[in-house]
Design a protein. Structure first.
Length: 303
């Protein structure tokens, strides 16, 4: 059996791939720090407060759950540095700072953080090779021809069908609510690099492949997945690494409702403000798809 460990080198910590005998030898000299993938405080737990609505009568209900941090992951989806819709871009910049504060607290307890910038992984690979390799290992670990997914979805561009009994979304998605055609300053449609306000640490993962993400979660024994990022009515919901598919894979999935946003133009049905539309979308998720939590749960982690 082989494992990637962190070892002291002249230039700092180095990632080395060791078999069992190498591990014993390095440990005897006190040079090994800890395995990549093992967190700083794996004995810790995470307490979350789930909020949902009953399908039958629309009444809200809540539930407190305690999760093992080492069995919990957070996905940061499509938090690009720039977005073609100016208001969406500005809201994303605000959310990025909130996401970073939340994952900093969660990471310290041992929660696994995966950064999922659709179409941005290739341009980020050179800067984050360890985080990329960590996720790619799982594709090799899944031996079946269909990969790590229980369904046949393979690629980030595919759209996942609605769940059973899930009605049509309450808002029409994809529009931009600025009434203009101009993109944000410095907008480059070819770049999907993640917002640098969201820090990427050595033990994190980097992937936009559902096969890699699900495979990594299964390989590491993850049970709980918290989804953050944008947009709730688009990629978070519909991509193969989004909440519909994660639920089908058997994970306990929640959305951090204050760490997400919807893409909507108030000139489209149902002709309401963006704020109201986002609330409608959150309630749709809470009623028909999965519960949500607040980032307040993360900020409480280290208190």
């Amino acid at each position: 059996a082989r494992c990637v460990w962190l070892a002291k080198g002249r230039d700092g910590l180095l990632a080395v791939d060791l078999d069992v005998q190498d591990r014993i030898r390095f440990l005897s000299h006190g040079e090994i720090q800890r395995p990549i993938g093992e967190r700083t405080r794996t004995q810790d737990s995470v307490v979350v407060h789930k909020r949902c609505f009953n399908k039958s009568d629309g009444q809200p209900w809540s539930k407190q759950e305690r999760w093992n941090a080492s069995e919990t992951a957070i996905l940061v989806i499509d938090m690009w540095a720039f977005h073609g819709c100016q208001p969406a871009h500005l809201r994303s910049m605000e959310i990025a700072r909130d996401i970073n504060r939340a994952i900093m607290a969660a990471r310290d307890l041992g929660v696994f953080i995966v950064h999922v910038p659709s179409s941005g992984v290739e341009e980020m690979w050179a800067e984050y090779p360890e985080q990329r390799e960590r996720m790619m290992q799982s594709s090799r670990w899944c031996m079946s021809e269909e990969g790590c997914l229980s369904a046949s979805l393979r690629h980030a561009g595919q759209s996942v069908e609605p769940l059973d009994d899930e009605p049509t979304l309450p808002i029409q998605g994809g529009g931009c609510d600025d009434g203009k055609t101009e993109a944000p300053t410095r907008w480059d449609d070819e770049s999907h690099y993640q917002n640098r306000d969201i820090k990427i640490f050595p033990l994190d993962g980097l992937s936009d492949s559902a096969n890699e993400i699900v495979g990594t979660f299964k390989r590491l024994g993850m049970k709980n997945v918290v989804v953050t990022g944008v947009h709730l009515n688009e990629c978070i919901l519909k991509r193969p690494f989004g909440i519909r598919q994660l639920l089908r894979e058997g994970f306990n999935v929640v959305v951090a409702r204050d760490l997400t946003d919807s893409l909507y133009d108030s000139r489209d049905p149902p002709y309401i403000s963006h704020r109201a539309a986002n609330h409608l979308m959150v309630k749709h998720v809470e009623t028909y798809i999965c519960c949500t939590i607040s980032s307040h749960d993360f900020h409480q982690l280290n208190e």
